[in-house]
Design a protein around this ligand. Sequence first.
Ligand code: PHE
Ligand code: ZN
Length: 884
Amino acid sequence: MDIARTPSTPPGNPQMADAAREPKAPPIIYRKDYKPYPWLLPSVRLEFDLALERTRVVNTMEVRRNPAGEATPVLRLDGDNLEPLEVRIDGEATQSWTMDGPALLVTVPGDEHSVSIVTEFDPSANTVLMGLYASNGMLCTQCEAEGFRRITFFPDRPDVLSTYTVRMEAEKESFPVLLSNGNRTDAGDLTDGRHYAEWHDPWPKPSYLFALVVGDLVANSDSFTTMSGREVALNIYVRDGDLERTHHAMSSLKASMKWDEEAFGREYDLDLFNIVAVSDFNMGAMENKGLNVFNTKYVLADPETATDGDFDGVEGVIAHEYFHNWSGNRVTCRDWFQLSLKEGFTVLRDQLFSQDMQGEAVKRIEDVRVLRGAQFPEDSGPLAHPIRPDSYREISNFYTATIYNKGAEVIRMMRTMAGPQAFRKGCDLYFERHDGEAATCEDFVKAMEDGAGLDLTQFRRWYEQAGTPTVTVRLDHSGDEATLSLRQDVPPTPGQPAKHPMPIPLRIALFDRDEGTHQGEQLVMLTENEKTITFDGFAKKPVLSINRNFSAPVIIERKTPRDKLVFLAARDDDPFARSEAMQDLVVGHLLDDVSEKLTDSERDGVRADIAQAYAAVIADEALDDQMRGELMLLPTQTYLMEKMRIADPGRIFAAREGLKAYLGKELQEQFHRLYERVEQVLFSLDREAKGARKVKNLILTFAAASDPSKASELAAHQYNRADNMTDRQGALMVLAGLDGVERTNALIDFYNRYEDNPLVIDKWFSLQAISLHPNAIEHVKALAAHKDFTLRNPNRVRALYGSFTGNPHAFHAESGEGYRLIADCILALDPLNPQIAARFVPALGRWRKMEPKRAKMMRKELERISEADALSRDTFEQVTRSLV
Ligand code: PHE
Ligand code: ZN
């Protein structure tokens, strides 16, 4: 972070700003350069004197020479935007220190000392939302990855583990609640309306897991009894007035605790587990030991204000953070190159949990959709990186879909190869071996080899190589033999021009077309560039179902005749493969349509097949509505762009809307009857009712394309009689894309109804920014000037600009205006919150994928950003990589 532009420069040291100014090109940090820290810090005591505008920290570290590290008298302590007001060694004030850029170097005489440092800063001026900052009247911290160094000087790296004792002192009236990690060991009143609390965390942890929250908060309190019979007190802290919306979070927490015991044998290890919801937060949530800090978006939910998707989001993120207590906290990361060690594994764990809670099939399909929507584009673009990167300039840029979601897929493949029981043994061994340590991805792989009995020698390439492999598939038939030919290609990615073959586990089944059955699923390992496998006993050519349940994160390339896809879409017994067949059917057609390959009669023929497949899905009584909804979802524009070498967003939009209109018209009767049925289902949060709402909202989108005025009427009706946010938002989304008085009325009503609820007002911004309305850009510009819009709240920024970049027809407007808008947003945001600013760069970074006119305009905007002076490290890195 560029200190010169940060308004939190400490008092009384103006030269600091110049000394610590980042050079134009921040240094590159390499994984191969890892060295252990020369000192051990067994314990730390932090004393905070807290106030919104001025907070003082006394940090006392017990330091001891690390026998495994280099012998040096110098203690290098990371700092960011800090100056040391006082340095003491063994209690004595000392001048034995110097600054090296933002870092503090203290020279100590011996092998074991106590070193204390005093720092001071202004939390209210902290807009970066890293370190200690003010949000909504409270003070809270965010330390991952490198925020702790904004609080005090410290070896701010994940392999330095200490036990923390924290004393907090603050004014009692504004900050009645004082929280930190671990257990509260002391508390009391002081003079002048002040009070204090002392907390101790018995588990050694790295600085990134430190947390503190003080504020005027109320708690939803409950308890959980662990498998060994210990009682754990649970609290979810929120602002007064939000308490009623914490019940779902609490039940999700208890379900997560139970599930981790049953599925992974992991028990909670403190007597207290606290969650705090804050409204200004860069990410979803943070797994600080015993004190998780959450974005309000992933805590607060009730039917009136949260959609079914929001409820699932709360459940998933609560689980994710809770699961980190073992995969992340008890076993942490040696360095940030190992980030996927905790994130990939924890995502897999939360996915498996949600599968058990919500139903396996639909959750798997959703997770694959997320991977394809976010990670595949990353993996095929300029920011592609392996799940264990080799270098970075700014680690915040590596909290990516690759590290998280592809990381989860890689571990899931190990589970597929080993089977669930052996996989569990590998996990047990990993936790047993590395408990209390800062581990590496290699440690995980080794434990999995030893515990699960797998040979993962070649599999390690999944950690080394970026890029999504393509597997080209052909099935031939002669006599009674079916021959499957597979070929893999791993594309070149930045810094990795040539690739080695990866081991790719593919679940397959061969269907007898007439019977509609198969002889059992098999796992085929493609380990070389090419492989041919012969199956006998097939008098007729079977129908191949491949990559079932998405057993490998690859792109399957094959020419499947349409009638076979229609067959699989109706008959495949693997729900993922079934939805895949449906998608392939539609994607194949839309790509043909976009490339103008089709005559009118050909187009009609394919569309009729698709309509027939849809009709079968609508009529299939064996399907529940959640799955029915999955099968009815059209591929996203982003996914279609990804499937093309060079994408033309305008044509993709037109082709997709054309198909929607066709289906809406052709299936009008079926949709109508289905809508009438699901409309009768009363509100509840069970699967059936959620499925009904999903289908209801989908039908509205088809109607909007085929018969806008009818759709307006239907959506307005749904909006007005809605008794829950899923129905209301679904209706408003459709209305926001149409013209007319219904649109205006609903948008006004929605705003007035929820004016006091920031999370719902986020939806109001978002719905307009992602709408299919032809003037969406104009709407976004107007909303940026709305009194409720602010660049200082990440949720609001994401609601407006994040939604906008996810709206291809608007973002990729032919005029280039969408690109300009986002570049302006990045430039305005960068000085305030570089992490959030940098997250918008990838949208422009996709220029190579676009038709030449748009590509040129996107590049131009990237260049404009790169020319701005004093760019943050975050934005600098992303822009530079995107321009290469
Ligand atoms: N570690 C958090 C998670 O995945 C994400 C996070 C990263 C939050 C960095 C804040 C800052 O659960
Ligand atoms: Zn995580």
